[in-house]
Design a protein around this ligand. Structure first.
Ligand SMILES: C[S@@+](CC[C@H](N)C(=O)[O-])C[C@H]1O[C@@H](n2cnc3c(N)ncnc32)[C@H](O)[C@@H]1O
Length: 252
């Protein structure tokens, strides 16, 4: 079952969505916003796959030129609701962002792309689907176009002990998450995340979501992306996976 289907049944992102913008670790977000600078300077069209609530869509709008178009591909209805609500409040989005409700493997974008952004998403794809994913989006890129994602954590299918991540405050409540991962199969981890709402030190609400996540190491990613015809971007900082379609005309 896909994550969009699980969300329709009240699982996964249906539980996670109301907390999403309050619990995402700020430093990791900032590092990925900075990575958007690796997209070609004069990018005309970018696809963002799995934009969720649209944090990076808003950052893309701010960083790309005033005529650049964004295709935001978000299959989970509850995440798309948050995305569209955010975009409706951004005047710059009106002419430039198209929201597609299909998923990464079925969405059709009929413009050559200068960038494909997949942040915090790759773990949802099994190896066979990843091969289709890379082929489809590598072919959609223009020469010199860049595909961006983050390196995955952990790099091997080993259990991750529980850790508490503080989130933000909203009014009288603050939010935090407790996450752990259990080994669920070969190269598969089951992440269990508990979303806590606190008033002072008292927990007033607690609910959990589970996600089965495919583990993909940097080495595996490199092999798969090279096989899809992409080359490593020389300026990618640690923790960022930036790959580009070779441009025979490039001089630098
Ligand atoms: C962890 S969230 C990341 C959201 C956003 N990219 C961010 O980093 O803030 C993963 C998102 O990917 C979406 N997603 C899951 N499977 C997908 C698929 N097959 N195609 C496109 N998006 C998918 C989910 O609905 C969810 O919104």
């Amino acid at each position: 079952m896909t994550e969009a289907e699980r969300a329709e049944q009240g699982h996964g992102y249906a539980v996670n969505a109301p907390y999403y913008d309050l619990i995402s670790p700020e430093a990791a977000r900032e590092a990925l916003v900075a990575a958007l600078d690796l997209l070609p300077e004069k990018a005309g069209a970018v696809a963002e796959i799995g934009p969720g609530t649209g944090h990076f869509t808003e950052a893309l709008l701010a960083r790309l030129g005033p005529d650049a178009e964004i295709f935001a591909i978000e299959p989970a209805r509850i995440m798309r609701a948050a995305l569209v609500t955010r975009l409706a409040g951004l005047p710059a989005a009106a002419e430039r962002v198209t929201v597609l409700p299909e998923d990464a493997l079925t969405a059709q974008v009929d413009a050559p792309l200068d960038g494909v952004v997949l942040f915090n998403l790759v773990m949802h794809f099994a190896p066979a689907d990843r091969a289709c994913l890379w082929k489809k989006w590598a072919e959609a890129l223009r020469p010199g176009g860049v595909l961006l994602m983050e390196s995955q954590y952990p790099q091997t299918a080993t259990a991750v002990p529980p850790s508490l991540v503080p989130g933000r405050r909203l009014g009288r409540y603050r939010y935090e998450t407790l996450s752990r991962a259990d080994v669920a199969g070969e190269d598969l981890l089951r992440w269990v995340t508990t979303y806590r709402t606190l008033r002072g030190d008292e927990v007033v609400r607690e609910e959990s979501a589970e996600f089965d996540c495919h583990v993909v190491s940097d080495d595996t990613l490199a092999a798969e992306l090279s096989a899809a015809g992409l080359e490593r971007h020389p300026a990618a900082p640690e923790g960022v996976q930036a790959w580009r379609r070779p441009d025979p005309g490039r001089t630098t």
